[in-house]
Design a protein around this ligand. Structure first.
Ligand code: MGD
Ligand code: MGD
Ligand code: SF4
Ligand code: MO
Length: 682
């Protein structure tokens, strides 16, 4: 039987809709969805969207539960696997308490899967529950929560097209959110908008820029402080907005007096004149879209830079009205599906802070006592594991052996604990597992997604899972029952879970199964009842104590590691349009791996010449943690003094685990000091 099933793309968070055409549960092709003009993509897809389901039919899919015995994985029944995990977890709880357990949720799994995961952790008594959002948006999340009272994206994508200026900071949407870039950013440029890009690399996005600033990695804070300085000193800020809708302007103005563009030039390598031009365009060019992403977030000073940029947004009055745009950009398609239900060591579903009042509320709703003590953040869970303090971990849809900083250290930690992984493929992390549980992939289950633009939508089961693979929420419910907490997990469908979420999270009260199943365009979160939704935020005020934006003075801080004589070059990393994260799925998608086959190192012609390196040479890239050998790409698209590689192929063997942002707990994933040598082939 041929079916046409509406789904949401399983890669980035733009939330593109498409159809899968399947015959008897097997995928045959995709169809573009032009039927729903209010969805973010309006029918369009990028190369990953087009390659959508290729990974689902890979022969490598996990099909049966596996238990490691004498160093070898053996196929077992679901009953045996779940019983074994439950028994081990019970032993750990009895001997060391529930805090010796940790749970990882996933931005590749649905709202329902993630809600159940965090609830299970809490039912067992631990708040050690995290996901890759910590490595992704945490810095901007903290900064915007402080300044605007909420991290959320403020306006619908259509407002980008109405902007006159676009500032893109440490973000390459032409590769990482291609449909967003093509459908909205490029249309704004076609309408005459001017674009400023801040990136050490001349990326696909930067090719469209009117002004391109190329700082050394991790020195963006200096550039942002100098822009604040120039705008305030020359009184180019929005006086009415500052007067009516912000607090602390005088303190902010005083705090940036010392950070002149000339000072910033010395720190960041960006000419003072260009910083001034960018500041003037931003302040006087009209309504602006101001977006930042991993080039800002993933630094030990990431929160500080994100705060400085939030101050820039506020003093130029580019928030709380139509025709502007800013906010956190959740990474993978379900980033918000893990953040909103509180897959976080210090937040409960909402997300709301883990405090006495909220813990009490959820204890009443759930019927068990929610643990009060905050858990460990992502990188700290692995540190505690290496120290023997976290003894068991349930990893749902994460590949920390490659996605966290300093992979060697993470592998050592995984070696020590009882590790359970639910995934759709064998990964670098499953190598260290004691039990592997085969999960149904995104197209093999029905689930709710919240896109980066806060649109809540349903994706439907389009194909049959392979072998005995099951949706994650079902796996978790089986485990909960075996652990003796089944009474709190009385769900027989995703709709049951969503109905509980409707009760648990007021902003999702109106996103009911009935509404989402019948209306494929979904609704903008917050949707407090079935009739309402919220496309624009902060039109009247900010959810801060005074209702006004809280301008926040920031001081210059260095990134975690800077070049020196031994390691003289800056190394950073980026994404390619054809690959996703650690590549477990994209490297098993035929059309993607064919076109984007391997890693490489971008190096400026001057640096290459000084090191005797020619285009195509094999080179060794070495940091204080480890080294990788890749092909050199000699190109003036990267600035002198900086080298860069895609992070999909093991870059975290080179990154630093102990430079962590004080406020967001983000490890320094983007900037490290390195040396590069030509690899001599014998
Ligand atoms: N194709 C593809 N798309 C994706 C993903 C993917 O893996 N592949 N992942 C998704 C996820 S989870 C996320 S979070 C987003 C991330 O989306 P992006 O933030 O766009 O991703 P990156 O390419 O990692 O980083 C953006 C840019 O930061 C620059 N950069 C590096 N260091 C610095 C610095 O110190 N300062 C500045 N100003 N720039 C710097 C890089 O050169 C790069 O161009 O993409 C999402 N979309
Ligand atoms: N150096 C450096 N490090 C980085 C970054 C960087 O830019 N530079 N970026 C960071 C960012 S922004 C992010 S978001 C993280 C991402 O870090 P991770 O989330 O750990 O990376 P993924 O490769 O997406 O791992 C997701 C896993 O989920 C599996 N999976 C997919 N679908 C399902 C499903 O339905 N169920 C289950 N159970 N499993 C599933 C996939 O096969 C894969 O193994 O990495 C971070 N690490
Ligand atoms: S832009 Fe993102 S959501 Fe849209 S098709 Fe590409 S990967 Fe999928
Ligand atoms: Mo991310």
């Amino acid at each position: 039987m041929e079916e046409l099933v509406p789904v949401v793309c399983p890669w980035c968070s733009v939330g593109c809709r498409l159809y899968i055409v399947s015959v008897n549960g097997h995928p045959r092709k995709i169809e573009w969805d032009y039927d729903h003009p209010n969805t973010p993509n309006r029918g369009k897809l990028c190369p990953k969207g087009v390659a959508s389901y290729q990974f689902t039919i890979s022969p490598d899919r996990l099909k049966k539960p596996l238990i490691k015995r004498n160093g070898k994985f053996e196929e077992v029944s679901w009953e045996e696997a779940i019983r074994y995990v439950a028994q081990k977890f019970k032993e750990i709880i009895e001997e060391d308490g529930p805090e010796a357990l940790a749970f990882l949720g996933s931005e590749r799994c649905s709202l329902e899967d993630n809600y159940v995961l965090q609830k299970l952790a809490r039912a067992l008594g631990t708040n050690n529950v995290e996901f890759a959002g910590r490595l992704c948006q945490s810095s901007n999340f903290v900064a915007r929560s402080k300044v605007f009272g909420s991290p959320a994206q403020t306006n619908p994508f259509d407002d980008i097209v109405k902007s006159k200026v676009i500032l893109v900071w440490g973000y390459n949407p032409a590769e990482t959110n291609p449909v967003l870039f093509g459908q909205y950013f490029e249309k704004a440029l076609d309408n005459g908008a001017k674009m400023i890009v801040v990136d050490p690399i001349k990326t696909k996005t930067a090719k469209f820029a009117d002004i391109h600033l190329q700082p050394y990695p991790g020195t963006d804070l200096a550039v942002a402080l100098a822009m604040l300085n120039h705008i305030i000193k020359n009184e180019l800020y929005d006086k009415k907005f500052v007067e009516e809708r912000t607090d602390n302007f005088e303190e902010l103005a005083k705090s940036v007096e010392e950070y002149t563009p000339e000072w910033a030039e010395k720190v960041s390598g960006v000419p003072a004149e260009m910083i001034k031009r960018a500041a003037e365009l931003l302040a006087t060019g009209g309504n602006a879209t101001i977006v930042l992403n991993e080039g800002v977030n993933q630094h030990a000073n990431g929160t500080m830079t994100a705060l400085a940029i939030a101050n820039l947004i506020a003093i130029t009055g580019n928030i709380g009205k139509e025709g502007v745009f800013s906010g956190v950009i959740p990474g993978a398609h379900c980033g918000l599906c893990a953040a909103v239900p509180g897959v976080n060591c210090a937040q409960l579903p909402g997300p709301v802070p883990l405090n006495e009042e909220n813990a009490k509320k959820f204890s009443e709703l759930w019927g068990f006592d929610v643990p009060r003590k905050p858990g460990l953040h992502y990188q700290a869970i692995f540190k505690a594991m290496a120290e023997g303090k976290v003894k068991g971990i349930f990893i749902m849809g994460q590949n920390p052996a490659r996605s966290l900083a300093n992979s060697s250290l993470i592998e050592e930690a995984l070696e020590k604990a009882f590790v359970v992984v639910s995934d759709i493929f064998p990964t670098e992390t499953t190598k260290f597992a004691d039990v592997i549980l085969p999960a149904a992939s995104w197209y093999e289950k029905t689930g709710t997604v919240i896109t980066q633009n806060r649109r809540v939508m349903r994706s439907f089961k389009a194909i049959k899972p392979p072998g005995e693979a099951k949706p994650d929420w079902e796996i978790l419910v089986m485990l909960a029952r075996e652990l003796g907490v089944g009474e709190y997990f009385n769900y027989s469908s995703v709709d049951d879970i969503l109905r509980e979420i409707n009760r648990a999270i007021p902003a999702l009260k109106g996103a009911t199964p009935e509404r989402l199943n019948s209306n494929l365009e979904g609704c903008f979160y917050p949707c407090p009842d079935e009739e309402s939704e919220t496309p624009r935020l902060f039109l009247k005020g900010f959810p801060t104590k005074t209702g006004r934006a809280q301008l926040t003075p920031v001081k210059w801080v260095q990134p975690g590691e800077v070049p020196d004589e031994e390691y003289p070059l800056w190394l950073t990393n980026f994404r390619q349009v054809g690959h996703f994260h650690t590549g477990t799925m994209s490297m098993r998608s035929k059309s993607l791996i064919k076109r984007w086959p391997e890693s490489f190192l971008m190096i400026n012609p001057e640096d290459a010449k000084a090191l005797g390196i020619r285009d195509g040479d094999r080179v060794r890239v070495e940091t204080r943690r480890g080294s990788l050998v890749v092909r050199a790409m000699v190109t003036d698209r990267i600035r002198k003094g900086v080298v860069a590689m895609p992070w999909h192929w093991g870059v975290n063997f080179l990154t630093k685990d102990d430079a962590i942002d004080e406020f967001s707990k983000m490890p320094e994933l983007k900037a490290v000091a390195c040396r590069v040598t030509k690899e001599v082939v014998e």
